[in-house]
Design a binder for this molecule. Structure first.
Ligand SMILES: NC(=O)c1ccc[n+]([C@@H]2O[C@H](COP(=O)([O-])OP(=O)(O)OC[C@H]3O[C@@H](n4cnc5c(N)ncnc54)[C@H](OP(=O)(O)O)[C@@H]3O)[C@@H](O)[C@H]2O)c1
Length: 342
């Protein structure tokens, strides 16, 4: 192995640019390959980021045969994630797979199995775990300022309209899947990340606003109730039709205190008479440039170099995706669905 880890990026869209920047700036990695359906697009992307020794590929098989590639970031549309993620694992490459990692249970299991069998490290693009508010909430929880949580809520409210580059494919069921899989999974992951409990049951309603003005092939809005172990309740609302700026509200209620976004009230501070407001960076932008991809990549590279498993690996993401898939069954059949899925 050469001194630096060689990184490959699959896709030349918005998110691929964030991974290129993150691997380019990381002191342990060098971006050596970009995959595109058109070589010229990969070459242009390499030029855009000043990558001098980066090769353009149009064949994933050929890219994966390169010995100087050790880590791969899969940044293509959702329907390609299983196939490309499995190919990376089977080629012995460590892999970051963008969310959703799969659109159905079969694909989810296949990807998880391939990664386990290959023994490679994996991570999933749940970057909001590194958002400064999310990190602050984790510190507050660790200090016991909320006590035992009994309710956790996170919502993904983002109008993904015709102006978005990914809208043409994302609005289609075969590519996007559902509102939860395509986007709301970030909020499901956040609820799980704060709670650290197993989900037991899911119930979901979904709709489109009158006339489905954005022409989604699936309901762009949904609300999901999740029962976790010990009876703890979770709620995730998703709206891809949200007629207001992007917002990702978070609420945690415990027997000693409450967090609503960056406001904290806790019985542990006996003199507190009103909400304490924590100045921090909220997850309040849908722009990928605002998301902490740099931190996700730095964490993943550390995992690869130290041979440790990531907390945001595919095995963990299986649980988030099972909640999303159970929600779809619940919506179709009008009943609560038990987890884990059979
Ligand atoms: N973690 C996060 O916060 C976050 C945020 C936004 C998006 N994402 C995820 O990242 C992934 C990529 O999103 P994006 O916003 O970068 O999408 P995008 O801008 O549409 O880029 C996707 C790229 O995939 C390649 N591609 C291969 N087959 C394709 C096909 N059949 N149709 C369209 N493109 C195809 C294209 O590159 P070539 O044309 O060069 O082949 C395209 O540029 C998605 O899974 C999305 O959910 C994650």
């Amino acid at each position: 192995m050469s001194e630096l880890l060689g990184a490959a990026i699959l896709g030349t869209g918005d998110v691929s640019g964030e991974y290129i920047k993150a691997f380019h700036k990381n002191p342990h990695t060098e971006v050596r390959a970009i995959l595109s359906r058109e070589a010229a697009r990969a070459e242009a992307k390499a030029r855009e980021y000043g990558l001098e020794r980066c090769r353009a590929y149009t064949s994933l098989d050929e890219l994966l045969r390169a010995d100087d590639i050790h880590v791969v970031a899969v940044c293509t549309p959702h329907h390609l994630h299983v196939e490309q993620g499995v190919a990376c694992a089977q080629a012995g490459k460590h892999v970051i797979v963008e969310k959703p990692v799969a659109l159905d249970l079969e694909g989810l299991r296949k990807l998880d199995r391939a990664i386990r069998e290959a023994g490679v490290r994996s991570a999933v693009g749940f970057v909001l775990r590194w958002n400064p508010l999310a990190e602050t909430i984790q510190a507050i929880l660790a200090e016991g300022l909320l006590g035992d949580l009994y309710y956790v809520e996170a919502d993904y409210l983002h109008g993904i309209t015709r102006d978005y580059r990914l809208y043409p494919w994302l609005r289609q069921r075969a590519f996007g899947g559902t509102a939860l899989l395509t986007a709301g999974c970030h909020a499901v992951d956040a609820v799980r990340w704060f709670l650290r409990k197993e989900a037991r049951e899911v119930f979901c309603y979904a709709n489109a606003s009158r006339g489905n003005p954005l022409d989604y092939e699936y309901e762009p809005n949904s609300v999901v109730l999740i029962q976790f172990e010990d009876g703890v309740m979770g709620k995730v609302a998703t709206s891809l039709e949200h007629m207001a700026p992007y917002t990702f509200p978070i609420t945690l209620m415990g027997n000693r205190g409450v967090i609503r976004d960056n406001r904290l009230f806790t019985k542990m501070w006996p003199g507190q008479t009103g909400w304490a407001v924590i100045p921090t960076v909220l997850p309040d932008s849908g722009a990928v440039t605002h998301h902490p991809f740099m931190q996700l990549v730095a964490h993943f590279v550390d995992c690869v170099l130290s041979g440790t498993e990531s907390h945001v690996n595919v095995a963990d993401a299986v649980k988030t995706h099972e909640i999303c898939l159970a929600a779809e069954i619940s919506k179709l059949e009008g009943r609560p669905v038990k987890l884990p899925l059979a």
